[in-house]
Design a protein around this ligand. Structure first.
Ligand code: AMP
Length: 202
């Protein structure tokens, strides 16, 4: 028997996916894959891919599925080379139905499947506030703010989310792996809700 656990974190930008996914990964010995972090790393290192995707990130637009799928396939291959159990948390992927379908295909080929899909829900007004605050805090800490953490791009990212990623929610709803978690509250409160659900799925 394997001990695979594959969690797909869904939620709009600014919902706290990264923070919650990171804590869950640390406490439950899962590996977090954040496609946004991987892409930002390419941009920073000015790789060929980084130069190609930088304008899309800055504009708050999605990077083409083909690029994301190559990144995710490669990541899963690396994980498999390291360990027999796949214990992963996806943060920021899939963002389109085509990505969700491709992920299912990859996992089916490996004889496994997505275990749980928490969806963090937060109102749009609060999301914009959080994103702008994240940008401000980075600057206050002497760091470089993300090129997309400003009110204008945040609004565009929310529109992209509603158009492209909301159908992904429906995709997982029909597979009954989805659970909605109230993302309003302190990070500890949200984490407790998340754990309660993962331990006792409805
Ligand atoms: P995130 O850090 O998850 O908010 O992602 C930041 C940006 O990276 C997004 O606005 C997209 O431009 C790009 N990105 C990250 N993940 C994906 C994905 N699964 N599909 C397409 N674009 C992505």
């Amino acid at each position: 028997m394997n001990h695979n656990q594959i969690i797909v974190f869904l939620g709009p930008p600014g919902a706290g996916k990264g923070t919650q996914a990171q804590r869950l990964a640390t406490e439950q010995k899962l590996t977090k894959i954040s496609t946004g972090d991987i892409l930002r790393d390419h941009v920073q290192r000015q790789t060929e891919l980084g130069q190609q995707v930088a304008p899309l990130l800055t504009a708050g637009q999605l990077v083409p599925d083909k690029i994301l799928l190559a990144i995710v396939r490669e990541y899963i291959r690396e994980q498999q080379a390291k360990t027999s159990d796949l214990r992963l948390i996806f943060d920021g992927f899939p963002r389109t139905v085509a990505q969700a379908e491709a992920l299912d295909e990859i996992l089916t080929e490996l004889g496994t499947a997505v275990s749980a899909v928490p969806l963090l829900e937060v109102s749009d007004e609060l999301l914009i506030e959080r994103i702008v605050e994240r940008g401000r805090q980075a600057v206050a800490a002497g760091e470089k703010a993300r090129s997309d953490d400003n009110a204008e791009t945040a609004r565009r990212r929310l529109t992209v989310y509603q158009n492209e990623t909301a159908p992904v929610i429906k995709y997982y709803q029909t597979k009954s792996a989805l659970c909605t978690i109230d993302g309003v509250g302190t990070p500890d409160e949200v984490y407790e809700r998340l754990l309660a659900h993962l331990q006792h799925p409805a």
